[in-house]
Ligand binder design. Structure first.
Ligand code: F3S
Length: 282
């Protein structure tokens, strides 16, 4: 039997914002006033959260649960009121909001102040969108597609900002619908290309291998989406959280396997999966 060839996708694992949030959390665990907590799980990866917990970083779900010390704001950001509440609490605040998310918040606020009717393209209950809305103002509207918009718009000057993980296709569809219906349309394309890069690299890889392993938390939306996209190109696609879940029988008789991972999967988990796969064919 010859060894299984393992190809790791060109673009897999941590994005810039997640990497920075984890660095800030590790720094806080070592040096910041205790207790240290994160407002919501820092990333959607159970192993990483357990590791942080072992270092004394616990997850809380609201600022009221914080009992002094240090609070970390995750890369999705938080609503402006939450930020103000934390600043007034006297606790040390570590702000790990991703710079691409901050840029979208700044633009949403700019549109509101300039008197535009603000439309946010995104998932209405997602924490990033809830935060974005606090900058866009209470009159703003969150939509996933043009179908969510009223037939006649409440204003003729319309501004658009986008949740960082939406697709260019969704934005194009919205802009095409809006353009003929308003007198002035200002679109800020605040999509971050980290998600798109991971998806297109994974799809290209899935077309060239005999099986794909997608590594990452089952609670990670971007990892699940990667698995769906890979499965549409390569039906032999497996989503695992760790190397221990791999079953040699899945790869019987195969020669080339591809590995990819969501933006919240650490490099050690990707390498552990690749290493175990290499051992299968031997
Ligand atoms: Fe930031 Fe983009 Fe990652 S917005 S958190 S770099 S997916």
């Amino acid at each position: 039997m010859s060894p299984l060839e393992v190809r790791i996708s060109e673009c897999a694992g941590f994005c810039w914002g997640v990497e920075r949030a984890l660095e800030l959390a590790a720094e806080a665990a070592d040096n910041a006033p205790v207790p240290v907590s994160t407002l919501g799980p820092l990333i959607h990866n159970p192993a990483v959260i357990a590791e942080l917990e072992a270092r004394g970083v616990r997850v809380i779900s609201s600022p009221e649960e914080a009992t002094g010390g240090t609070v970390i704001i995750r890369s999705h950001g938080v609503p402006r009121e939450t930020k103000e509440q934390l600043a007034a609490s006297g606790m040390t605040v570590v702000d790990a909001t991703c710079r691409f998310v901050t840029a979208a918040q700044v633009k949403a606020e700019r549109l509101r102040k300039a008197g535009y009717f603000v439309i946010i393209l995104g998932e209405k209950d997602h924490p990033e969108v809830l935060a974005l809305r606090s900058y866009a103002g209470p009159d703003s509207l969150v939509v996933q597609s043009p179908q969510d918009l009223p037939e006649s718009l409440p204003a003729s000057r319309v501004g658009v900002v986008v949740q960082t993980t939406q697709t260019q296709e969704q934005l194009g569809e919205l802009a095409r619908w809006l353009a003929p219906r308003c007198r002035e349309l200002l679109v800020y394309n605040t999509i971050c290309n980290a998600t798109e890069q991971r998806q297109s690299a994974a799809v290209a890889m899935a077309e060239e291998v005999e099986a794909v392993v997608v590594v990452g938390g089952r609670n990670s939306a971007n990892t699940r989406r990667l698995a769906e996209l890979c499965a549409s190109r390569q039906p032999r696609t497996f989503h695992v959280e760790s190397a221990a879940e791999l079953d040699a029988a899945w790869f019987d008789g195969l020669q080339v396997v591809g590995v990819t991972a969501g933006a919240s999967t650490p490099p050690e988990q990707i390498e552990a999966v690749a290493e175990r796969l290499r051992g299968f064919g031997a």
